[in-house]
Write a protein that binds this ligand. Structure first.
Ligand code: FES
Length: 84
């Protein structure tokens, strides 16, 4: 199991789950769900090392620093703290 803390709300999630599959229920606006529209931009406050590598889609949309696309992120374990 991994831990996702979304705007202060702590959630236990399966490893390798896409964040989009969790955050949609938590109220993050999701559009295309495949890295094109950019509506799911999130800020990773802690635990970037517990996410998959930046995808080509994220690079194309200019994600850098602690910015990621929720639909392109997978938790690989540990704890990730996200704000949106
Ligand atoms: S939902 Fe469109 S880029 Fe993530």
């Amino acid at each position: 199991m991994a831990k996702l803390i979304l705007n202060g709300n702590e959630l236990e999630v399966e490893e390798n789950v896409r964040i989009v599959d969790v955050i949609e229920e938590a109220g993050v606006p999701i559009g295309c769900s495949n890295g094109v529209c950019g509506t799911c931009e999130i800020e990773v406050m802690e635990g970037m090392e517990n996410l998959n590598e930046l995808t080509e889609e994220e690079e194309d949309l200019g994600m850098e620093g602690n910015k990621r696309l929720g639909c392109q992120c997978q938790l690989t374990g540990g704890t990730v703290v996200v704000e949106y």
